[in-house]
Design a binder for this molecule. Sequence first.
Ligand code: AQP
Length: 343
Amino acid sequence: MAFTPRVFSGIQPSGDLHLGNYLGAIRRFVPLQATHETIYCVVDMHAITVWQEPEQLRRSTRELAAAYVAAGIDPKKSIIFNQSRVHQHAELAWVFNCVARMGWMARMTQFKDKAGKNSENVSLGLFAYPSLMAADILLYKATHVPVGDDQKQHLELTRDIAQKFNNDYAASIAAEGLPAEFFPITEPLIAGPATRIMSLRDGTKKMSKSDPSDQSRISLLDDADTISKKIKRATTDPEPLPSELKGLEGRAEADNLVGIYAALSDLSKEQVIAEFGGKGWGVFKPALADLAVTVLAPIAGEMQRLVADPASIDAFMADGAERASAIAEATMKDVRQIVGFIR
Ligand code: AQP
């Protein structure tokens, strides 16, 4: 069956947004508005899988909505809303908890990374997180999900859940006169030079909101001076940049900085190497710092302007939640029938 080309993606309001979130996700959301129906969610229910101070969660939720708009997402064209406002996310997640298998969930590497040695003491929500993520996506029958590379495994799980639901309930889906492929098998959109931005301090760790070192990431609200300092202090090796792409192999930090330059300038890594090959860090780092400031400063300025007026953010998120609810309820109405719930 032909599904409407529809994009869904979400980011957690769980800390300072960073360059990885921007290049791996938000920046790539913007052009999709021209080709797809687009739904961009602030996934506050995912955020509370680890402890969040309530006031801080409200602030981060508005800040993330502001970042979407500041980066170029139009709240009239796209649907922007916070997840907890559309109760069908929780409702469908419960159904999916009963479709997904414990073994599938136990294989999720992000859970293993986040729980670490403490897996007996983390929330049940953190374990069930990928099932809620599947509900976020499939509630809207999204055909495409732009995400960073770290989310690839969760997207595969979403596809498995959709497939199993379609199979397990095939007879009921048919009895309701609904298409056999009730949920789509969603495609991830993971492409470009910035699918996994690494920490500025350690090229083997991804840049992350939860890294204890502020020097490991560039935050979207960092000022020009802070951005420049963080880039100049970024860990690198002593060699100059190679003149061919394969010279970046085994040089994680160099590869990361070249990837960041490429993504910020909409160039390929080959083009960046063609320009800077043979040059030292004393040339490349200041050029990267200037580029990062040129791209990020206007976004930070616009975010600050928007967060100064929380009522206007709440207004466009309320409008987004209303539009999201209409789609979500249509899906849930069918799901309740398919599963056998009486309403
Ligand atoms: N380092 C990254 N490089 C590229 N993309 C990234 N994303 C996150 N980090 C990078 C992408 O940003 C989107 C939102 O991520 P999220 O907030 O839902 O959760 P996350 O992936 O767990 O992000 P963080 O910032 O690293 O948070 P913590 O520290 O809480 O784990 C996703 O599309 C993600 O791929």
